[in-house]
Design a protein around this ligand. Structure first.
Ligand SMILES: Nc1nc2c(ncn2[C@@H]2O[C@H](COP(=O)(O)OP(=O)(O)OP(=O)(O)O)[C@@H](O)[C@H]2O)c(=O)[nH]1
Ligand SMILES: [Mg+2]
Ligand SMILES: [Zn+2]
Length: 359
């Protein structure tokens, strides 16, 4: 029996056998949730090949060429690998099938085809803005995300920083903020003031300059023996900072626009490199913005910097800290105990889910 028919049959069955149908909606909802879970399971299962005669070699995706072809490093060799037809035809809930950082198994007997994608420890994902909200994988299996912004050219922008913090924490990735180009600031005190909010909420923040090397030692200690992805707007200096940390890499960099101060989207593909001091790093192309998934709206208050600590003091347990009365967060903003700018940034994220503008 087809899935669609099975569902129809179950609904009829309930209405006949149960005189009391008050709970029918709950039942059907449970069915749908159950089926959604089953679909996910199917996808997970599908990522593993069922064939028994394969000569599989393990490796890690270090660069993506297209949705169906990538570069895999295995036993110190780099192989160009197409994605198997079976994986292509699975129903993926993300636009890209493989991500940089994925661990895969390749079949060496047939043109080094990727036959399996191993279960991911975590993923950093952004979503399309349309109503389907398909995920776009930025990286997989990482420990830290270095969220980069620059003091000037382009201007400091903590809106994207806040969204990236949420995206990282939603999948247990540690966010670290990096304010680059501090050599362009007349006084560090001004930036320190901005940084203090994040420090107080327990997020590590490094002030650095890819030009004069400030912050290098502090960053190395964070990056050592970890897998880290560098993310931020174009032109903030991601590739320059990586070059400063490991000069031999010679990653391509280019100057920002003289008119807008924005970057030129110099890095076009994400790539993994190994640090000489231990660990790996992924340089990524600049992003303009980051959309979170509608389904995560109830979790934002737990991952947004400094908010989880205050939430249990609100009158309502399910307070969203947007419009409710006796809200501890809103009170803290009014009393000057929580930064107004960051609260506005939180409201902008919540607006993006509901379309309602909170004042
Ligand atoms: N003054 C100053 N300029 C910097 C610093 N870091 C980077 N730059 C300059 O900023 C420009 C952009 O640097 P990139 O490293 O290409 O920036 P990116 O973030 O990799 O940009 P995309 O690859 O486009 O995402 C270059 O002209 C760099 O020389 C810094 O610490 N201080
Ligand atoms: Mg770059
Ligand atoms: Zn509240």
């Amino acid at each position: 029996m087809k899935k669609k028919d099975r569902k129809k049959f179950k609904r009829q069955d309930i209405s006949i056998s149960n005189a009391d149908i008050s709970g029918i909606d709950d039942f059907i909802d449970e069915e749908v949730i159950h089926e959604k879970k089953a679909d996910k399971k199917l996808l997970k299962k599908g990522l593993k090949s069922q064939k028994s005669d394969l000569k599989l070699l393990s490796g890690r995706v270090v660069e993506i060429y297209s949705n169906y072809k990538c570069l895999v490093e295995s036993e110190n060799t780099r192989l160009i690998c197409p994605v198997s037809g079976r994986l292509k035809h699975l129903q993926h809930n993300t636009r890209n099938i493989v991500a940089v950082g994925d661990w895969v198994k390749i079949d060496t007997s047939v043109e080094n085809r990727i036959e399996e994608i191993c279960e991911r420890k975590n993923t950093l994902v952004r979503y399309t803005e349309d109503s389907f909200q398909k995920g776009i994988l930025i990286a997989a299996n990482i420990d830290n995300v270095i969220i980069m912004t620059s003091y000037h050219n382009p201007e400091l922008n903590f809106g994207l920083v806040d969204r990236l913090i949420c995206a990282a924490r939603l999948d247990d990735i540690v966010p670290v903020i990096c304010i680059n180009k501090i050599d362009l600031a007349e006084s560090i005190a001004e930036i320190e003031k901005e940084a203090e909010f994040y420090r107080q909420t327990g997020i590590e923040i490094v002030l650095c300059s890819a030009l004069d090397g400030r912050g290098k030692a502090e960053l190395k200690a964070i990056l050592k023996d970890k897998d880290t992805v560098f993310v931020g707007h174009s032109g903030v200096g991601k590739s320059s900072l990586i070059n400063q940390l490991q000069p031999g890499l010679n990653l391509k960099v280019s100057s920002t626009s003289e008119v807008t101060g924005k970057g030129m989207h110099t890095t076009t593909r994400s790539k993994i490199f190994s640090w000489e001091f231990g660990g790996n790093m992924i340089d990524t192309p600049g992003i303009k913005t980051l959309t979170l998934h509608e389904e995560s709206r109830n979790e934002i208050k737990y991952v947004f910097p400094g908010m989880a600590e205050m939430g249990d003091k609100c009158q309502f347990q399910n307070c969203t800290h947007t419009h409710e009365k006796d809200c501890a967060v809103k009170n803290a903003v009014e009393n000057g105990e929580y930064d107004q700018e960051r609260y506005n940034s939180y409201l902008r994220i919540m607006d993006s889910f509901t379309g309602v503008i909170y004042e």
